[in-house]
Structure formats: structure tokens, C-alpha cells
Design a protein around this ligand. Sequence first.
Ligand SMILES: CC(C)(COP(=O)(O)OP(=O)(O)OC[C@H]1O[C@@H](n2cnc3c(N)ncnc32)[C@H](O)[C@@H]1OP(=O)(O)O)[C@@H](O)C(=O)NCCC(=O)NCCS
Length: 179
Amino acid sequence: MLPDSGTERLVIRLLERRDLEQVRHLHNHDETLLRLTDVWPVSETQQEAWFESVSSSRTARRYVGRRRADDALVGVFRLDRLDPWNRNAYVGADVVPAMRRQGYAEEMFAYFLGHLFDHCGLHRLALVTLTSNTAALALYRKLGFVEEGRERQAIFRDGGFQDLVLMGLLAEEWRGRAG
Ligand SMILES: CC(C)(COP(=O)(O)OP(=O)(O)OC[C@H]1O[C@@H](n2cnc3c(N)ncnc32)[C@H](O)[C@@H]1OP(=O)(O)O)[C@@H](O)C(=O)NCCC(=O)NCCS
């Protein structure tokens, strides 16, 4: 159950079938796809199959953020590799290109970090991102994630290899910053 169904500006809820086409377009946009580890565009059929599998997964969830004012899709929040036994998970987010630099990713993350640490009892959240993804690295550092390691030259992009950066944030670190 999500607290208050979102933030001041965003309704946040689980991904539904009616979101799929817009979410697929966000994913397939060059400004998103080229920042991710897997650069294959997703077809309608693949999106449908993926939706079926993620909807029944016990270790992954997908959420959408929609603007309260007009219901426009703002972004997607990912929860992966949820491990309730060890109380950790991987997270990530994509924001619609036209809506970037308006604080929406930070707003979604603040919401989910509070929810996952304080309501769900998770102890550690992690993520991976490309070394070239300066926007994501700046966002994650601002939120308090720290670099924990690198998979050296794991990504081939724009004709060259680059590292994949692993970052982590602990509940007490988040609480120390949040309050
Ligand atoms: C990374 C991404 C999610 C950021 O979303 P956003 O809504 O634009 O981010 P916000 O407006 O909330 O920015 C919050 C902070 O992140 C950092 N940031 C975001 N975009 C940045 C950019 N282009 N350059 C430098 N810093 C940036 C800044 O520190 C910013 O704080 P500030 O506004 O006080 O400077 C968005 O650029 C995106 O969807 N990128 C493509 C997909 C992607 O890379 N997803 C993450 C994969 S790991």
C-alpha cells in the first residue's frame, strides 16, 4: 500500500495496462534508452509480455508518477531484486524528457525512499548506472547514494567501453539526511 497515493505534485501508483503505451514510448526514447544498460527498443508485444511477468513478480514492481494537475505521465519508478529476507532492493527511475530538470525524479525518489525504508523496513537500496550518465549520478549523489564499486568496461556505448557504477544507500544514512 502506497502512503497518500503520491506527493504534492504527483499521483503515484502501480503501473497499469492503460499506462503501457506511454511508458513504452518513454523507454524507447533515445534520451532514455541510451542511458540504460540494455539498448534494445521494446515492441508492443514485448511490452505486453513484460507487463504480464512484472505484474506477477514477487521481486519486482513498476510504478508510474502522473501529474495531479492534468494526469500527464511524468515518470516510472523501478523496484527490482526485492529481497525481504536481507531487506534490500534495487531502484531506478526514468522521467519523460520534456519534464526533466523540474525536480520530479527527486520528488519520486524522496517518496519511495521514505516508503521503502520507513514503511517496508528495507535496510539498503542499491542501483547501477553508466559512468556517462552525469544526470543520474548527480541525482543519486544528491539523494545520498555513495559509490560502492564499478564493473569495469561493462558497457559498450558510442563506440567505446565504459564502467557501470554501483551505488548504495542505507536506511540510517537516509534518515540522517531526511531528518
Ligand atoms: C536521471 C533522470 C531520472 C533525472 O530526472 P529529473 O526529473 O530531470 O531530475 P530532477 O529534476 O529531480 O533533478 C534532481 C537533481 O538531479 C541532478 N540532475 C538532474 N538532471 C541533471 C542534469 N541533466 N545534469 C546535472 N545534474 C542533473 C541535479 O543534482 C538535480 O538537482 P538540482 O536541480 O538542485 O540541480 C532523468 O534525466 C532521466 O530520466 N534520464 C534518462 C533515464 C535515466 O538515465 N534513468 C536513470 C537510469 S540509472
